[in-house]
Every structure is written in structure tokens, then in C-alpha cells.
Ligand binder design. Sequence first.
Ligand SMILES: [Fe+2]
Length: 329
Amino acid sequence: MTLNTISSPNAHPTILVADDNPLNRELASELLFDEGYQIVEAENGAQTLNILANRDVDTILLDVMMPGINGYETCRRIKDHPQWRLIPVVMLTALSDVESRIQALEAGADDFLSKPFNEGELLARVKASIRVKNLHNQLEETEKILFALANVVEVKDQYTDQHLKRMAQYTERLAQLAGLDATGQRDVRYGGILHDIGKVGISDTILRKPGKLTAEEYEIIKTHTVLGAQIVQPLRFGVSVGPMVRGHHERWDGDGYPDGLAGEHIPLGARIIAVCDTFDAMTSDRPYRKALSPQVALNELQDKAGSQFDPQLVEIFTFHLDRICAEEY
Ligand SMILES: [Fe+2]
């Protein structure tokens, strides 16, 4: 089993058909039912949202003109909802004019279909949407496995699983603010989750040693970077995430490990992880001390900008601290 094939797509995906006109609903529902889809129908926006709150849906066919909460507003609420935003929404517009499509796009619709719809086109669009949904499901599964893997180390290292969740969030947001595209942001997020995975190979006696480490023990701890990169390398995203894991203890001035890289020779993802990991470690309770305030942690980052950390990243992190650390929802 590879991480590419961990979730098998649902053989009978569920389509939510939302339209106030019963005849239109019936037309679409029958057609889709005959193709093997499971159908749920909604007469209006409120009912659509209510159904989503109570069951899993793989794609939504959403009419624009509905009484009460119209299609645009319904779509906006779906796309603003943390659990629903990845469900593809195909908007059914009676008019094929540009204006209604712009409005649908602004509301976050993933695709459009003009009414009266062409049967072949409807089926093709639904099929494409289901493909996108399956991809999202697969990514979600991948991430669950990554968290489970990385948690093994967090338990050894006496962190809570919240540390990993925050690392995923901080690294992804800093990557976005540093200008990386969506794939780059996702890779850095994975790096943030997996950066210390190599500690799985370090003995608990050394990891949990309360006092100062001997020089020999410190050399052993340092190997978690190389070991981590070896663990990550065979994964689908290993080519980009492996070097981040290997480089997350490099220093901007070249005095880090394992390769003594300096400045921009250190992979950007590794530099991002270093900043976020230091900030989160300082602002978390540890067995041997209480959490420090965000301001103290920022002072430390600024103090070491240009020696330990990428100064530009520290500047971005400082400037956008509220956004980076804001609760997800
Ligand atoms: Fe580390």
C-alpha cells in the first residue's frame, strides 16, 4: 500500500440536488440515479445546509434562483464552512450570461451548468466534480496518516498532539505569506508535521534525559534530521519534503547541522519550519518549564534573525503573527 492509494473512492457517490422546481429536481435526480449515484434532494437553501449538517455529500448541484437563501448565498455559506468547503458545487444558472457566472464564481462555485441542461454535459460535470472530491478525500487520508506517524514521536518527546496541529498551521501560513504556491504550501505543511519523525530512531533515555546531554548524546540526537529525511524520502512528496526534514536544524549563518548549509542554500521549507518550531516550542508548556509569552518568543526570534534564522522570514512571522496563530475557525 502506498500513500497514493490509501482510500478507495466511494462506488456510489452522493449527489445533493438543490432546486425549488420539483420537475427540474426530478429530471436531474433520475438521470443521476440511473448512473448509479445516490441522490438527496433539497427544495431551498436552508434545506441544503440542513442536509449537509446531517450527512456526507460528494457533490452539490445548486440552483441559483431559490426562495429564501438563494443559490449564491447558499454556496457562500458552504464554502465558508470548514467541513463543507471542499465539497464541489456545480451551480445551475438559468441564464448563460457572464454576470451570473461571475456572481457564482465570487460565491465560490466550482463549476456551472446552464439550464435547461444537456444530459451528457450534466453527467460529465458531475463525474469531474466527483474526481476532485475523491482527490480531496485522499489528501485528507494522507494527512491523517502523517499525523499518526508523527504522533509516535511527539509522545516519545513529551509533546501534545496540539504541537503538531499548530506546526501544520503555522508552517503552511508562513509558506503562503512567503509567496509559495498551493503545492509548495502543502509540502511545507507536511514538512511541519513530519520534521522530527527521525526521533523515532533515537532512544527515549536520550530524548527524555532531564540534564545536559553529553557530546556523544548530542551527536546521536543530531542524526534525527538525516534519519527523518530517509523515512520521508520514499513517500510521494518525499523529493520536496525530505530536504526540509533534513535541513530543519540548519542555521542561516551556516553553523547548523547536518550539512552546515547557509542562507538560501538551506531549503526554504526547512527555514520556515525552524522559525515556527522555535516559536511553538517556546510558547508551549514543557515538562521542565511553563510556556513563555508570544512576545518573549518573538524577541528570541528577532534576536537570532540573521544568525540562526532567515531574517526575512522572521520579519514576515513577526508582522503577521496574529494571522499565523489565529485559531483556524
Ligand atoms: Fe528537530
